[in-house]
Design a binder for this molecule. Structure first.
Ligand code: GAL
Length: 347
């Protein structure tokens, strides 16, 4: 039987109400979404004993999200998630300038990205909520009016399906992702260092440093970034300053096909999360800056570094400046489409 989506007031942003939408399925899962940032605030899913727990880092009220915008907790990130080098790109002979909010780069869409605006929400049916947002021509320096739709669906197969689409009236880069921080023990384990992770990627894109160094595609083989065989996230993490914050080049067999990108397993609770995506890349970010969360230190030990892990499906960083990377330019008359699925099960 189809359950009803419940709506509650979550807070207020710029004099507009922010609502929480709770979708439940028939297998013990519940997902909560808010129209600020088209954000996922909670994912409750059963453990091996059938006991539900929230596996997503988030806050119970809007304040936490407003105070911690730098974390992009559970939000949709865009217009261009990840980094654009030197905060600029050239398209059809015009140079576009963006906000340099991450040293010299533009990160996650600039100062006021899609995670920091209110979206229109619509209940699509009993297990689906649609969020829409019009990003106006020139917003954060990007060209073109971009109309975006995100549809979240919770199925009885314990899949959270995120369907993205967008159209524009001028050519523009588009790279959208969902920035959820997961701890499959439902935060009973203080960190995700004992979670086992596999990523179906033989290569990654090197972090771009200060240009003229371009972003390169390099092999993960036998190094700390190698997750081609399942291993504990904590095994090699110390070899990387701060932890993992890398974009993997997925071993895709078909362009734009929905394929398995990664699998995450928490041996203590038995929870498994498999990630499927149409995207060419996956950013692995091990919550290296979580302890910078504002106002939540004193009595909340959940907000510690590596408390949760992000597996963000997306295009490669800096693609607008890297002609050999899969293209991220959306032209008028085309439709941007992405689907990413987080599927929960137990082992
Ligand atoms: C990640 C990014 C990190 C950090 C984080 C938010 O997607 O790769 O470097 O900015 O978002 O704190």
């Amino acid at each position: 039987m189809q359950k009803e989506i419940t709506i509650t007031l979550f807070g207020e942003f710029e004099n507009k109400p922010v609502s929480a939408y709770q979708i439940s399925n028939n297998n013990g899962m519940q997902v909560e979404l808010i129209n600020y940032g088209a954000t996922i605030t909670k994912i409750i899913t059963p453990d091996r004993a059938g006991v539900g727990g929230n596996v997503l880092l988030g806050f119970d009220s809007l304040d936490g999200y407003l105070q911690n915008g730098h974390m992009y907790l559970g939000s949709i990130v865009g217009r261009y998630c990840n980094r654009i080098a030197h905060a600029k790109f050239t398209l059809h002979n015009t140079e576009y300038h963006l906000a340099a909010n991450n040293e010299t780069a533009c990160l996650h869409g600039g100062i006021t990205g899609f995670d920091k605006v209110c979206w229109d929400a619509q209940i699509w049916d009993g297990n689906r909520v649609k969020f829409s947002y019009l990003s106006e021509d020139g917003e954060e320096g990007f060209p073109g009016n971009l109309q975006i739709e995100i549809i979240y669906t919770l199925t009885d197969e314990n899949e959270l399906i995120i369907g993205y689409s967008a159209v524009t009236d001028k050519a523009t880069p588009v790279n959208l992702t969902s920035h959820g921080y997961f701890n499959l023990s439902a935060f009973k384990e203080p960190t995700i260092l004992n979670h086992e992770l596999v990523i179906f990627a033989d290569q990654y894109t090197t972090q771009f440093h200060e240009p003229p160094e371009p972003t390169l595609i390099a092999s993960v083989k036998d190094g700390p970034l190698d997750f081609t065989k399942s291993k504990k996230i904590g095994r090699d993490i110390k070899q990387l300053p701060g932890g993992f914050d890398h974009n993997y080049v997925l071993n895709k067999t078909g362009k734009n096909a929905l394929e398995k990108a990664a699998g995450l397993y928490d041996p203590t609770s038995g929870r498994v999360m498999d990630v499927f995506t149409t995207e060419p890349g996956l950013q692995l970010y091990t919550g290296n800056f979580i302890e910078l969360a504002a106002g939540y230190h004193a009595d909340n030990d959940t907000f510690i570094n590596h408390a949760a892990v992000c597996l963000e499906a997306q295009h490669f960083p800096n693609s607008p400046n890297e002609p050999v990377f899969p293209g991220t330019i959306l032209n008028p008359g085309e439709t941007y489409q992405q689907q990413t699925v987080y599927k929960f099960s137990i082992r």
